[in-house]
Ligand binder design. Structure first.
Ligand SMILES: Cc1ncc(COP(=O)(O)O)c(C=O)c1O
Length: 399
């Protein structure tokens, strides 16, 4: 079997795309728990040392387990190449640093994962990189913010936690026309629901800690795109050391095998929960792009095949009502992260107070009454019963 798996569908790609990177006869690739690899001769040593992406030289520069996971990510995203990283932030920061330096400009969405906003408005500024933040819902804002020095356009859709949608075709075209590289955080959607490269986006990044890993047992990142772009990012990862270890790469590969079937259940459960919460008087808004009432539902439908597992609700009773709800829910425990088999709940306003200023949160419309639910793989009926019971508790206090 060759590397060319274009004809396979995503479920099959996730299971077979790494075959050529497993030279052993073990059906499940062994874990290459080694920091270094030996060479028989000087020539062989030098050849390995000078081959970019060689995964048999020194594990910070490459390892077979990293190669295997990367091949599956690339196949799922429909990309030429991919590389894995030590975390989602390792993937995002290394991608930004691969394309922007002192004196360069970035156009980014205002609503992004808080860690990305914090990187762009903190460390990147220290390095001399300036960012203009725009409303992701309006492609014209991206266009207007572009400068001759703009190197990158940074996207995330649906964005965490308000699940706003960016028009991928329109914004990728703006970036391309102005010679900038477009990069997207596709963590929330996953390649099962949305493949941004098909809409002209250059590079796709993931916190693979989330749906890709899928079991809340690994911190990992991944980036997919054209070969030249990925080589450049891999070089930064080798320099910063933000790489993924062999065992974590192996765990990620195991998670990727079942991504597609897990996403089917996440998508279905979240749609049911969003519809259920939308009918509740104590909730003033439910943010879920799969709901017909979502203001960008038509756009979401035009670029996503399903809407993933995050649902965010705004409680009319503000922080107290939201807090009571999170404390009353039994199945969704209060923990950061998303995309695992278990449901989780958090208050974005409380969690992000660590990395964002009050002004930044206000600009992102993160209100005190917001609760973000990561809907897991539990039985839908148990989830709805649990949320119903917790909502009764909120109601009993507010009346
Ligand atoms: C959308 C998104 N991107 C990136 C990250 C960062 O990922 P990691 O925690 O793996 O560094 C997160 C983490 O919550 C996230 O939700």
């Amino acid at each position: 079997m060759t590397d060319s798996l274009d004809e396979l569908r995503p479920d099959s790609r996730a299971i077979h795309a790494d075959r050529s990177a497993n030279e052993t006869d073990a059906v499940v690739p062994p874990i290459w728990l080694t920091s270094t690899f030996w060479a028989e001769t000087d020539e062989e040593f030098l050849e390995k040392a000078s081959t970019p992406g060689c995964d048999r030289f020194y594990t910070r520069a490459g390892n077979p387990n990293q190669t295997q996971a990367s091949k599956v990510v690339a196949a799922l995203e429909g990309a030429e190449a991919a590389v894995v990283a030590g975390s989602g932030m390792g993937a995002i920061s290394s991608t930004i640093l691969a394309f922007a330096g002192s004196g360069d400009h970035i156009v980014a969405q205002r609503n992004l994962y808080a860690g990305t906003t914090s990187f762009l408005s903190g460390l990147a500024v220290k390095l001399g990189i300036e960012t203009t933040f725009v409303d992701q819902r309006d492609p014209l804002e991206f266009e207007a913010a572009m400068r001759p020095t703009t190197r990158l356009v940074v996207l995330e859709t649906p964005s965490n936690p308000l699940l706003r949608v960016t028009d991928l075709r329109a914004v990728a075209a703006v970036a391309r026309a102005r010679g900038a590289v477009s990069i997207i955080d596709n963590t929330v959607a996953t390649p099962i629901n949305q493949r941004p490269i098909e809409f002209g986006v250059d590079i796709v990044m993931h916190s693979a800690t989330k749906y890709m890993g899928g079991h809340s047992d690994v911190i990992a990142g991944a980036v997919a795109g054209g070969r030249e772009h990925i080589d450049r990012i891999a070089h930064v990862l080798t320099q910063t050391g933000a790489i993924l270890g062999p065992f974590e790469s192996w765990l990620l590969l195991r998670g990727l095998r079942s991504l597609s079937v897990r996403m089917e259940r996440h998508n279905r459960n979240a749609m049911a929960v969003a519809g259920f919460l939308a009918g509740y008087p104590s909730i003033s808004a439910v943010h879920y792009p799969g709901l017909e009432s979502h203001p960008q539902h038509a756009l979401a439908k035009s670029q996503m095949s399903a809407f993933s597992g995050l649902v965010t609700a705004d409680f009319a009773g503000g922080h107290d009502a939201a807090s009571r709800f999170v404390s009353s829910v039994r199945l969704a425990r209060r923990a950061p992260s998303l995309g695992g088999v278990e449901s989780l709940a958090i208050h974005p306003a409380a969690m992000w107070a660590r990395s964002l200023s009050a002004d930044q949160m206000a600009a992102m419309d993160i209100t005190p009454g917001l609760v973000r639910l990561s809907i897991g793989l539990e039985d839908e009926r148990d989830l709805l019963d649990d949320f119903d019971r917790a909502l009764q508790q909120v109601k009993s206090v507010s009346v």
